[in-house]
Design a protein around this ligand. Sequence first.
Ligand code: SAH
Length: 344
Amino acid sequence: MININEFTEQELSEYIESLGEKKFHAKQIYKWLHRVNVESFDEMTDISKSLREKLKINCYIDKLEIIEVQKSIDGTHKFLIKLHDNNAIETVFMKYHHGNTLCVSSQVGCKMGCSFCASTKDRFVRSLLASEIEGQVIIVQKYMNEKISNIVYMGIGEPLDNYDNVVKSIKQINNPNGLGIGARHISLSTSGIVPNIYKLADENIQATLSISLHAVTDEKRKEIMPIAKKYSIKELLDSCRYYIMKTGRRISFEYALINGINDTKEDAIALGKLLRGMISHVNLIPVNEIKERNYKKSLESNIESFMNTLNSMGVVTTVRRELGKDIDAACGQLRQKYLDKIDR
Ligand code: SAH
């Protein structure tokens, strides 16, 4: 059986033709699947019964299922979503002044092993298909009954460790016959898989790149992010410069402030020196305290002076607004709870 959601519109039209039908039906079917989110072929009311029967025999519609929703008083909704093989992922809906934003997962579990992150505490299971990444947007948009205008690949998983499916999902999400969300409204966050940053730069997609930097020396970064043992900060920043040159897009650097680990004035100055002159933006994230680790948020006053130091050096810096504080907001927490609950 074929997972029909995995076809691009072009592939779908070739497939419809191979069934002895007119190609133009592809556009209708694509809309039913990627915009309306039908659950059965019989809901495709403008498609002939005979074509629907052919599709039923050969294909299935890959359904995601929402199994838990946590609502925050600030409007943030965190979804636990079940995949067809019973694996679970998380997706977070957030309300920002610039529109509704969805944070999607790209893998079940994560291989990266960052010490402060809950997503990586359990073993890596598998990468998501493009249709499972895109499906998170479709299913949550339907549930909320509100348009999602921005997408961030900042949920569970390392997007650049699932390169092909992630790039395909961005193209599917862009398709005006589907969700029609432009690449400029999509951000992809990476712990820094350098060769794939070069590859992404060459794709000619106008997505925003976010880099999880979190430390200013290789030594410190290696302590909290194992990927730093593979690529130095210099190599990482060189790939970022290439990305900026190819796409003209500003890069966003994420820096989780952990009390006593990476939040001194010297750290701020060193970060300013690293990024000065680059078309960039720094996003400071007071670290989300997770039960698996002993990390504490930096003090309010340290966060502010860290930001002020960077801004005074000409490096545009903001502190990320903490949404969903009253629910399991940090990446991977909800799935972790789910795994703790079920028999394994
Ligand atoms: N693997 C990708 C995307 C997922 S994480 C990446 O590393 O970028 C999205 C962002 O949340 C990353 O910047 C990550 O470092 C950060 N993050 C993870 N756990 C966190 C925590 N406990 N507190 C604050 N930020 C965290």
